[in-house]
Ligand binder design. Sequence first.
Ligand code: GTP
Ligand code: MG
Length: 197
Amino acid sequence: MHINWQLHKLNLKIVYYGPAMSGKTTNLEKIHESVSPDKRSDLISLNTKKDRTLYFDLLQLKLGKIANLTPQLNLYTVPGQSFYEASRKVVLRGADGVVFVVDSAPHQLRNNLKAWHQLNTHLTELNVDMDTFPIVIQFNKQDIPNAMSPIVLQNVMRTGKYPSITAVAIHKEGVFETLKLITRNVITRAQKQLQNE
Ligand SMILES: Nc1nc2c(ncn2[C@@H]2O[C@H](COP(=O)(O)OP(=O)(O)OP(=O)(O)O)[C@@H](O)[C@H]2O)c(=O)[nH]1
Ligand SMILES: [Mg+2]
């Protein structure tokens, strides 16, 4: 959270994290498509030739005022491919909340688990208290044949203490539900922090 008191601006950062190809960039593309241009920035994507995220994507959204401040949401994605671990950690720095995008394909389970454990490690290293930090789990790609059910994924990945949404991001299903939930949790936490200042 960063406040510019002169401009009355509250900057909040939400990071979409998860294994390669789980649909993180697709979430931002769908939000970008659906929000009117006066309330959002362009979608900035730094991609490889094959459309894989190279460093991050960024989309900024304007929200209505809270406590005389105009909040701006900065939505980032991390690159999921395993060799970009250092970039993921840089993008996570300063996050106010995380959406963990799960790929529900059974053969991706190992990659989901690896990414989830890595997120936990990075947040711990960044001194984030995982008990109070806003995290939403998105069980994406529920449309594919043999998709693992959210309940099974939740049990295997032990994500049960965090709220979750099922999604088919390519069809926009669950994309805004996820965004609303993480935004609500991030704003609630920011308001508490502002009251304590
Ligand atoms: N069937 C299906 N495909 C999806 C869904 N969401 C995303 N995809 C597809 O999965 C592929 C990868 O999506 P991206 O959004 O680029 O994935 P990413 O998580 O950003 O990948 P990295 O940038 O490499 O980490 C694309 O071909 C998407 O169209 C979904 O809900 N169902
Ligand atoms: Mg991507």
